[in-house]
Design a protein around this ligand. Structure first.
Ligand code: 5AD
Ligand code: SF4
Length: 475
């Protein structure tokens, strides 16, 4: 990013801070009049990127003077939407029906829509026509403007819509409200340039933009000083991090810098694209004591023919070779993946190739999706769409195989002592704590609440398939 862009970003931050201060005054006066603070609630759909964006939204609203509440019966409700598959869109419309009723009871309630689905003109047209009660619509590129949009809405009494097609701005210095005190997501890049033919993400999140390593390191140092021990580096395709910077740097080099930060004990990242996963990264992971033993490596399909049409730019063989190199270098790694079933033109032969890769890669777990047609993507225009019954039948077969693989992999650490980040009191049984292993599996064990946020040693007594039951070791 050049100097000029940096200055524009700084000016924007100052402008938004000023608006936050103005709104703060306004809300304080209203709070004094009414004797209560205004509440907000965010419903977040989709991936970790969206969760991180919701923390930014939350940070701005808290500075203005809102307090968070856990129901949609709030003064300000925001839906941070996802559009990666059709059912994600349907869920949003379901919530809007409910919100409409709430607004009828409380006409002062404000409703905002943001996130990926808002970057689709058809969805926004539909909302403008059928959901007139929505107050604010913004997208993925201008979250930092929330205070300004809210102010405009309060002054104008009309639906405020602000959507940017793309941006080269990275405005980061605004408040952010972390969900956990001890772990945090850090955006290292935005957007995606890959244009996999089924995927809408490049259209709704824009072109790839990497943050500077200096900014990222400074943010992580500040998090560490604030008590964060685990960070998750976030990007649509972290393996191509840094390629478009004025001073290019690889993702592996960035990881090495992050590793040096005192206080940070665990490093995770999401998501890797197999085509860009370098040997350098495997070597850095192998030698690292902080990078977690988990890699999410989306396969999408095991058929080289389909991978080409999907524009994935790797083959069945190169993927399996990569898996083997990773497993050889880091034997205790846990591999997970994403697979799409029913991509246009998928034949039984193609599907069998996918099943073959699943058996050979031995995933610890896999997310399987039925192909969903996304308007505007090349795959949506393909004529040979797979019949739903055929796709569903394949999906069930795949799921069965995935479950068998997970069952085989499960229990690998049984009867060993592992380091665990203690995350919370167990939601089902309050006498237990829940922690996470380096490989991302959960373990439940007896312990004091004061351990939350620390790394403890836990003996894994029994594997329950997707989680362990454990016993805390003497510290
Ligand atoms: N249909 C089904 N699944 C999809 N994904 C992305 N686009 C689609 C689509 N059109 C899946 C991919 C990706 C994950 C986040 O969502 O597997 O890795
Ligand atoms: Fe979508 Fe492919 Fe980019 Fe992932 S890498 S966000 S699947 S286009």
């Amino acid at each position: 990013m050049d100097k000029r862009t940096t200055n524009i970003n700084e000016l924007e931050t100052i402008k938004q801070q000023k608006i936050i201060e103005e709104l703060k005054e306004l809300y304080k006066a209203e709070e004094e009049r009414k004797g209560k603070k205004k509440t907000y609630h965010i419903v977040t759909f989709g991936c970790q990127m969206n969760s991180r964006d919701s923390e930014k939204i939350s940070g701005i609203l808290k500075q203005i003077g809102y307090v968070e509440t856990d129901t949609e019966e709030a003064d300000f409700v925001l839906y941070n939407t996802c559009t990666v598959r059709e059912n994600a869109n349907n869920k949003v419309y379901g919530h809007l029906g409910f919100a409409k009723k709430l607004k009828e009871k409380n006409p002062d309630m404000l409703i905002a829509l943001c996130g990926c689905m808002m970057q689709e003109p058809e969805a926004v047209e539909n909302i403008k026509k059928r959901y007139r009660f929505v107050d604010i619509i913004f997208g993925t590129h201008n979250i930092f403007k929330l205070a300004e949009l809210l102010q405009t809405r309060l002054l104008s009494n009309r639906m405020v819509i602000d959507l940017w097609k793309d941006t080269d701005m990275i405005v980061e210095d605004l408040p952010s409200d972390r969900k956990f005190s001890f772990k945090a997501g850090v955006n290292i890049m935005y957007g995606c340039n890959n244009f996999c033919s089924y995927c809408i993400v490049p259209y709704v999140r824009g072109r790839e933009r990497s943050r500077s390593p200096e900014d990222i390191i400074a943010e992580i140092k500040a998090l560490a000083a604030d008590g964060v021990v685990e960070i998750m580096l976030l990007g649509q395709n972290v393996n191509s991090y840094g390629k478009n910077l004025t001073n290019p740097i690889s993702f592996a080099q960035l990881l090495k810098e992050v590793e040096k930060i005192d206080g940070i004990e665990r490093i995770r990242f999401m998501t890797s694209h197999p085509k860009d996963l370098s040997q350098e990264l495997i070597d850095v992971m192998k030698d690292s004591t902080k990078i977690c033993r988990h890699l999410h490596l989306p396969l999408q399909s095991g058929s080289t023919r389909l991978l080409k049409i999907m524009n994935r730019r790797y083959t069945k063989e190169s993927y399996l070779d990569l898996v083997e190199r990773i497993r050889t270098a880091i034997p205790d790694i846990s591999l997970t993946t994403d697979i799409i079933v029913g991509f246009p033109g998928e034949t039984e032969e193609d599907f069998k190739e996918t099943m073959d890769v699943v058996s050979k890669a031995g995933y610890e777990s896999a997310f399987t999706f039925l192909y969903s047609k996304r308007t505007g993507t090349p795959a949506a225009a393909m004529e040979n769409q797979v019949e739903e019954t055929v796709a569903k039948e394949r999906f069930d077969r795949l799921l069965k195989l995935v479950q068998e693989c997970s069952a085989k992999a499960a229990g690998r650490e049984e009867h060993t002592i592992q380091k665990v980040l203690v995350e919370e009191v167990n939601t089902q049984d309050s006498t237990l704590l829940t922690g996470r292993l380096s490989n991302n599996l959960l373990v439940h064990f007896k312990g004091e609440e004061s351990l939350i946020g620390t790394i403890a040693e836990v003996y894994l007594e029994e594997s329950k398939g997707f989680y362990y039951m454990g016993r805390l070791q003497e510290q």
